[in-house]
Design a protein around this ligand. Structure first.
Ligand code: ATP
Length: 374
């Protein structure tokens, strides 16, 4: 028999997963596919509990002939490594051929997994890339280093990820086209990903429509950058969500927040300091890391944390900006520090051109010196 193994976090399972699974069954003539939600993903933060991930996997793949959803890894203690699961499957199916179904990002990271050579020995890798392209570099790396057998799926990919789905739910947006109907119903009925719902609704009342749309775009960018730069998804979400929460507060309301601009901040910077007070009072934020990300998202400062850099860059690199953000955005996906320096320096040049050097915020000048950009 030809047996497929499809492991994933499935937080939650989405139409991209269903699509690739169906394509794998068709293209490889698989007799059976074992879908297995990860236990404690060794390389991944997880935002949904085990029982819910198991249930949504069952709902997503329900009714697809030949598919069985297994709770084997969920019930194991400790980290679950794919090579161990494949060893387990090969003892259950000693005379059968195993096919490990994975996305292109998994193929790229494959050399970093535990015992990749053992995985390559036990199963043929079946790779589905999100944009349908063949990643020749990753392919030759895993073939050469581990003697892996690799097959690419010839299919029409659906550009969706669990991360996007989570963000949309958290922002109160519709996910109908992204997840199977039963998964959508389950998530909504159980109120999963409602952790920021109150804050999102409150923010809508404090921001003008255009500013709220910018904020949503900053959240998307920040979540994208968080994934590859070791920033927790929830921190990125909250920092980006609230970065401009002080922006549309009229001056006559400053007193309500105990704010008087006693530091004499320049007009474009006022909302950052005011935003800290708004975040505390209206959003009950006490986490200093988030408050600092709000405070320095326009000026920057010496010694920025990764979260602060992320909010700073996401604000300037969000895709609705009128200028071309490609360089900033693409750099931030792989190297947030570099992107931060690009953005900081370019913003400095713009500020000097617009206001003259004497009106560039002191904190920005200190940051530029600290990062040896001037
Ligand atoms: P997250 O966004 O949380 O990282 P994910 O959407 O990648 O999640 P996983 O549960 O980690 O979902 O996915 C399991 C496997 O499916 C991974 O190997 C991943 O690369 C792959 N995959 C997920 N979505 C797609 C897609 N739309 N097209 C192709 N492969 C995908």
């Amino acid at each position: 028999m030809k047996i497929g193994f499809f492991g994933g976090t499935f937080a939650p399972a989405h139409n991209g997963h269903v699509n690739m699974l169906l394509s794998a069954i068709r293209q490889l003539n698989l007799d059976k596919v074992i879908v297995m939600p990860n236990g404690i993903p060794p390389h991944k933060y997880c935002a949904m509990d085990k029982a819910d991930r198991f249930n949504v996997a069952k709902l997503a793949f329900d009714g697809i002939e030949k598919v069985e959803v297994s709770d084997y890894e969920l019930n194991k203690d400790g980290a679950s490594y794919s090579y161990q699961t494949l060893e387990h499957l090969s003892t259950l199916y000693p005379d059968d051929d195993l096919f490990f179904i994975m996305g292109g990002d998994s193929l790229r990271d494959f050399p970093l997994w535990v015992k990749p050579e053992r995985i390559a020995q036990l199963a043929t890798l079946v790779v589905a890339t999100r944009d349908g392209s063949v990643d020749k570099d990753s392919l030759s790396a895993v073939r050469k280093a581990f003697g892996a057998r690799v097959v690419f799926l010839d299919f029409q990919p659906i550009a969706v990820s669990s991360t996007d789905v989570r963000t949309r739910y958290r922002l109160g947006m519709d996910n109908g086209g992204n997840v199977p109907e039963k998964v959508n119903e389950y998530v909504l009925a159980k109120g999963i990903f409602k952790d920021f719902a109150d804050k999102v609704e409150k923010l809508r009342t404090l921001l003008e429509e255009k500013r709220f749309a910018h904020t949503v775009s900053v959240v998307y960018a920040g979540i994208d950058f968080a994934k590859r730069n070791g920033v927790a998804e929830e921190d990125a979400f909250l920092g980006c969500l609230l970065h401009d929460c002080g922006k549309n507060i009229p001056q006559e309301d400053w007193g309500k927040y105990g704010f008087s601009n006693s530091e004499g901040l320049l007009p474009p910077i006022v909302h950052c300091a005011l935003g800290v007070e708004v975040a505390k009072k209206e959003f009950s934020v006490t986490d200093q890391r988030i408050l600092d990300a709000i405070r320095f998202h326009t000026t920057a400062k010496p010694g920025m944390s990764q979260l602060e850099k992320l909010v700073f860059v996401a604000d300037k690199a969000e895709k609705n900006r009128k200028y071309d953000v490609t360089r900033y955005y693409n750099t931030a996906l792989v190297d947030l520090n570099k992107a931060f320096e690009y953005v900081l320096y370019d913003m400095y040049l713009i500020a000097v051109g617009k206001y003259g050097i004497e009106r560039v915020d002191k904190m920005t000048l200190s940051a530029l010196k600290y990062y040896k950009l001037i």
